[in-house]
Design a protein around this ligand. Structure first.
Ligand code: CP3
Length: 345
């Protein structure tokens, strides 16, 4: 039987339907672990590359060609929509996003205007090119969640403790809520552009939300993330919600409106399923550092992930966070084939 896009193992697993094998993709699969990526990016700044549909298409397809993964992830970055509305920011190699003037006051909020599709014509064009080239392989679109975007904007760059962000959240709840609400609208608009151009699923990256206690997440962050999920619900594409260090937040990540909850490596998937509750698929959760171990050890750890997921109706195999830049790409290719073989039904 010919597999169609809607019938692909990845989309079936997102809907918790039976699959011919457990689907696999990797967060950050399109990027620095691949020599062909480094070559394609030579002399082109990260944010400039995100605005060039030819490069975005090539880089998005590279890991699909190489690893036989079950989904592609659109090559971009979570700060692209902020750049597109005129925020002065850059992505510094080895550092991450750096914002020239952090957002910390009510007056600063004016710089966060709504995102219009016309602000990101290159996304519409590139998603169209990518999906045409992918055929029956699904494309995962993505955006940064309001909290994680707020952290970059308020801190001015990457942060270990998120101190300015939390100072604003606790110190001026009204301003904080307005900031997150604006970011929710920008994020929803950014995801909508990707869905309307052909993305088959979307992932909301709330990478740094594990820094919060559950009560604070529920009161101060969940309303904005829920607004994003609600805004795209009518498109009917699976919505994935991912964060790091979210063991105590897994139930709330599902409650915010996700169809699939991404789990890092700290919580086994059977336990994660209990915390998330029924009705959601799970994605994860091999420790990305495991890929630096010998093949047998990688397979043993991948087997542990599969065993923990064995009774679950929907499992998408992934890492517990993104591919580390120094990962041997061949280890990723072998891992995909191992998971496919072990789960073939
Ligand atoms: O997953 C993919 O393969 C698609 C591409 C993708 C990138 N960034 C490309 C990128 C995705 C999904 C992201 C999301 C992203 N960006 C997140 C959420 C995911 C996560 O890892 O938690 C975050 C927090 C960012 C912010 C950001 N951008 C960071 C922390 C960095 C790395 C800084 C560094 O150099 O160590 C970036 C830059 C970035 N985004 C690179 C890539 C391929 C590296 C740029 C380069 O090649 O120099």
């Amino acid at each position: 039987m010919r597999v169609t896009l809607a019938d692909s193992p990845f989309l079936r697993a997102c809907r918790r339907e039976p699959v011919p094998h457990t689907p696999v993709w990797f967060m950050r699969q399109a990027g620095r672990s691949l020599p062909e990526y480094r070559k394609a990016r030579e002399g082109v700044a990260m944010l400039d590359s995100c605005m060039r549909p030819d490069l975005v298409t090539e880089i998005t397809l590279q890991p699909v060609r190489r690893h036989d993964v079950d989904a592609a992830v659109y090559f971009s970055d979570i700060v692209v929509p902020l750049k597109a509305i005129g925020i002065d920011l850059d992505i510094r190699p080895g550092v991450g996003p750096v914002v020239a003037e952090p957002i910390r006051s009510r007056a600063d909020l004016d710089r966060l205007r709504p995102l219009e599709p016309d602000d990101v014509p290159y996304i519409t064009e590139a998603v169209g090119m990518v999906t045409a080239a992918l055929g029956d392989t699904p494309l995962v679109g993505f955006a940064g969640a309001p909290f994680t975007l707020a952290s970059y904007l308020v801190e001015g760059g990457p942060s270990r403790n998120h101190e300015h962000t939390k100072a604003l959240m606790y110190g001026d709840p009204g301003l904080w809520a307005e900031l997150l609400d604006r970011l929710a609208d920008i994020t929803a608009a950014f995801l909508t552009v990707q869905i309307e151009a052909g993305a088959s699923a979307v992932q909301l990256f709330d990478s740094w939300v594990g820094a919060l206690a559950p009560a604070d997440y529920r009161a101060s962050v969940m309303p904005a993330s829920r607004k994003v999920f609600d805004a795209v619900a009518h498109h009917g594409v699976p919505r994935i919600h991912f964060g790091v260090g979210t063991g105590e937040l897994l139930g709330l990540l599902g409650e915010a409106g996700a169809d699939v909850v991404g789990v890092d490596w700290r919580v086994p998937l059977d336990e994660a399923a209990r915390r998330v509750g029924p009705g959601k698929a799970l994605q994860g959760n091999l420790d990305p550092a495991v890929l630096f171990a010998p093949r047998q050890a990688v397979e043993a750890q991948a087997r542990r992930v599969l065993d923990a997921a064995a009774g679950l109706p929907g499992h998408i195999f992934n890492l517990g966070h993104g591919v580390l830049p120094a990962t041997d790409p061949d280890a990723l290719t072998r891992l995909v084939s191992y998971v496919h073989e072990q789960t073939a039904r």
